[in-house]
Every structure is written in structure tokens, then in C-alpha cells.
Design a protein around this ligand. Sequence first.
Ligand SMILES: C[S@@+](CC[C@H](N)C(=O)[O-])C[C@H]1O[C@@H](n2cnc3c(N)ncnc32)[C@H](O)[C@@H]1O
Length: 351
Amino acid sequence: MVYLNVSMPRTNRLTTQNLPTQLLQMATGFRTTQALYVVAKLRIADLIVNGPKACDELAQKTGAHPDSLFRVMRALASLGVFTQDSENRFGLTPLGSLLVTDAPDSIRAAIVFYGQEFYTAAGGLLQTVMTGETAFNRMFGKGHWEYLSEHPDSNEIFNLTMAQSINASPARRSIEKYDFSDRQTVVDVGGGKGTLIASILNKNPHLTGILCDLPAALETAPEYLKSCGLEERVKILAGSAFESIPSGGDVYVMSRVLHDYQDDKALILLKNCRQVIPSSGVLLIADWVLPEDSSPSQGKLVDLTMLLMTGGRERIESEWKALLNRGGFALKRADVQEALVVAEPFFEPTL
Ligand SMILES: C[S@@+](CC[C@H](N)C(=O)[O-])C[C@H]1O[C@@H](n2cnc3c(N)ncnc32)[C@H](O)[C@@H]1O
């Protein structure tokens, strides 16, 4: 899962100055996670989109405790999320603008997502490390997908997070760059509301598409695809890819789906795809390809999200190759920078 393309430091070697401060900054990330969560949840940015406002007014509009909200706003202003003037009015900075609900580049949903169930699950990392058990399942008594199907508010936030975060993901850019000119039908497996398939079809007017996912993930797909003018070109199919994957495509896309699962389950998805993909078909997997050395990679942190939330994992190239082979695919390309794996089905020669 996710997911935002936060830029990483260019080196993972810390300077020799202020080492305790640097480490404490890492260790106290909980404060910024929750401060951002509070302002995102209360939609503070929406209230100051037309100009700065005093904290008392913001507190009154959101039902918050004025002094506590002021302290959160002051802390975030010190980090560059808001402006703060001499009369303690708070306004938006370019960073804070990303919290505005309807901004085209909004990441408000992601910030709410990270502050809620994810935050609770993250508190179980030690237990996960000691037992291997997925923290989310222990904390919430069920798996992430089942939980979302029963909690509409969280489901909405999660689906929005996916739709927003894919815009910033390197995988989207690399899939969009793929040459679809001799292809006809794209099947996006676990494609959520359809952000990726819509962008592929918009750039390639000759293509048609099939969007499939669990029912809860598809709730806003018909409306979204209609708003893109694609309702005639994309068929929407609800169901679990563990049961079957729709036939009829010559390009299969799995974006941030296989990393949600350990190899045994990912293998079922690959085998189901292998059953329906034609021999000339191609499978595009938008997931991290982790560097094998200690170089910085956002994927190594996203891997912890998988460990906590779904029990899945990110993979290095050799792991992709082995997994794909077991599923009946040959690895054609695994790109660390582009976070893209390209695979083709192989067929045993008949004697
Ligand atoms: C991390 S999200 C990625 C969504 C989208 N592909 C993207 O990149 O933005 C994983 C998606 O896989 C879907 N998914 C998980 N298990 C699935 C299953 N058994 N069958 C179909 N889709 C599944 C989820 O509902 C969710 O939409």
C-alpha cells in the first residue's frame, strides 16, 4: 500500500553533528503525524483557503478547544505548514495548501488515513516483529480488506488515499510511458476507483479497459469513469481476484496489489492472471523494486506499511523473478527507479 512519493535524503549517512537531535527527530515523528491528522480531520485548511483566520474562529467553527488547537497550529506553522502573523492569524503555505480537501493535488485523505487505523496498527510493530503477526489484524480483529468493507468512512478515506497517492507515485509515470500502441484491452486488477486505467485510456484513445476490484473499492468507480467520459470504454467488474481475473485483456496491470500479499497469496493472483492472459500478453506490475544494498528507498519504509497493515511485502528483483516464474511469467524488466516490473507469460513447449 502506499504510498506517497516523499522524497528521500540523497544519502543515508548522517552527518556527525547533532546525532542525538537527528535520532530524536526520527523518534518523535508521532507528534507531526498526529498534528497533521488533527488539522486534516478538522478540515482547517478549507477554512483558511480564502485568507488567514484567528485560531478562536477556527476553534469555534470546528468545535475544538481553542488553546489546544492554537498550540497545534503554532507547532505546524513552525514547520512551514501554515503562516502565523503577529495577531496569531493562521494562513496557508504551499505545504498547507495540500491539505485543502478539493485541491487538485490534495493529500488530505492520505494524512487522515495515516493518523487513524494506520497509526493504531503502527503501535503494534514490536509485537509484529516478535511474532510475525500482522499488527492491523491483531488490533482490529480482522484483515484490512474485510475491515474496510465494514467501515464505510475508513473505506472512503482509504480509496481516496489510493487515488490521490497514485498521482505522486513513480509507478504511474512509468506505466503511462509504456508503449500501448499495439495493444487493445487493459485489465486493471485491483484498480480501485480507476485513476490509473483512466489515465492510460485518456492517453491511448484506441484502448478499451476492464476495471476489477473488491466491491468496496469500486464504489465511486462508475461516477469517476463517467466524469472522465470513459463509461463506454471501461467495463467494471466486482469480485475477488483470488477467485478469478477477467479474461479479454492483452495488457494486465497490477498496481500496488501484489505487495499487499506474501508470496503464497501473490502466487494465486499471478496464476489466476496466467490462466487468462494470452501468450502475446504483458503483465505490468507497479510496485517497488527494492535496492538490494543499503541505499535509501522510500519502498523500504512502505515495506513496513505492508508489514503492519496487510501482511504483504515489497520485493527485490530476484524475489520478483522467482515469484513470477512460479506463477508462469518470465521477468522482462524490473526497474528500481521506475518502481515497475514487466513480465510476460511463458508457455511450456508441447512435445
Ligand atoms: C493498495 S490498493 C491500490 C489501488 C490501485 N491499484 C492503485 O495503485 O492506486 C490495493 C487494491 O487492491 C485491491 N485488492 C485487494 N485484494 C483484492 C482481491 N482479492 N481482489 C481484487 N482486488 C483486491 C484493493 O481493494 C485495493 O483497491
